[in-house]
Design a protein around this ligand. Structure first.
Ligand code: APR
Length: 246
């Protein structure tokens, strides 16, 4: 019986371009909690308080209390075998783009070049008053940290109530509507507009392969019920086996 990893490898080799849509699940094995899984961030912190732009404007310490530690220890967080496998697929010319909802910067750290961070990144921080840019982990002390001009610093991430960066959204949509295979990895597929991207891909005739520890996207053609850090390297192994045969 051919394994699901082998079937996914065959699909990726036969049908190009292939793009990946990733969520918090791919970074779980890097020690970063997801949002909605058991023990997830939103179980402990109400997102309408801790991740809303409205609250940020009146009390930025709320957001900083859940993101400050990551930013100050930015270099300590490292990609895992799942991120590495996608970077390897890109280097093999078999993955043309990664669309990520993650703000942890781990795809780029893994070496992926073609990455669209549709919810922004904690890597960049800027002053809401003078616009001065800072880079994680080098930010002033304080809660919230303040710019030299006295302005509040805000990470370059999209909070609830904020629009997504238009260029990122445009790129994500065009990648989704032109791909022939979409890998949907470690996302609960509930937050819009990202949750619509697999439907856009399917609507344009692409096959959808979901990698998750539980089914999330109802329209998947293949479901790999596995951790991303295991499934994605397995797919790369199967791709190499097939390349070796042919
Ligand atoms: N490998 C694969 N999938 C995993 C793993 C793993 N090791 N661990 C957890 N998952 C899956 C969970 O089963 C779940 O379906 O990852 C998914 C994580 O879902 P969420 O926590 O909802 O994260 P995500 O889908 O990325 O959230 C989307 O919501 O809160 C906002 O802006 C935030 O970008 C985020 C958006």
């Amino acid at each position: 019986m051919e394994s699901v990893f082998s079937q996914a490898a065959a699909l990726i080799l036969d049908r190009q371009p292939c793009v990946a849509l990733t969520g918090a699940g791919i970074s779980a094995e890097s020690g970063i909690p997801t949002f909605r899984s058991k023990g997830g961030l939103w179980e402990k912190f109400d997102p309408t308080v801790y991740a809303s732009i409205e609250v940020f404007r009146s009390d930025p310490s709320k957001y900083w209390s859940i993101r400050g530690e990551f930013i100050r220890n930015y270099e300590a967080y490292q990609p895992n075998s799942g991120h590495a496998a996608l970077a390897e697929m890109e280097a093999m010319g078999l993955l043309s783009h990664v669309i990520t909802q993650n703000i942890d910067g781990l795809h780029r750290k893994a070496g992926s070049q073609n990455v669209t961070e549709i919810h922004g990144s904690l890597r960049e921080i800027f002053c809401v008053r003078c616009g001065k840019e800072y880079r994680a982990p080098r930010i002033p002390e304080g809660m919230p940290p303040l710019c030299a001009c006295g302005g509040v610093l805000k990470p370059n991430t999209v909070l609830f109530g904020e629009p997504l960066p238009p260029q990122a959204l445009e790129t994500a949509w065009s990648q989704a509507s032109t791909c022939k295979v979409m890998l949907v990895i470690g996302t609960s597929a509930v937050v819009q507009p990202a949750a619509s991207l697999p439907y856009v891909a399917k609507h344009h005739g692409a096959a959808v392969v979901e990698v998750n520890i539980e089914p999330a996207f109802v329209g998947a053609d293949f479901f790999l019920n596995e951790k991303a850090g295991t499934a994605l390297p397995e797919i790369v192994t199967e791709i190499k086996k097939r390349n070796a045969i042919h």
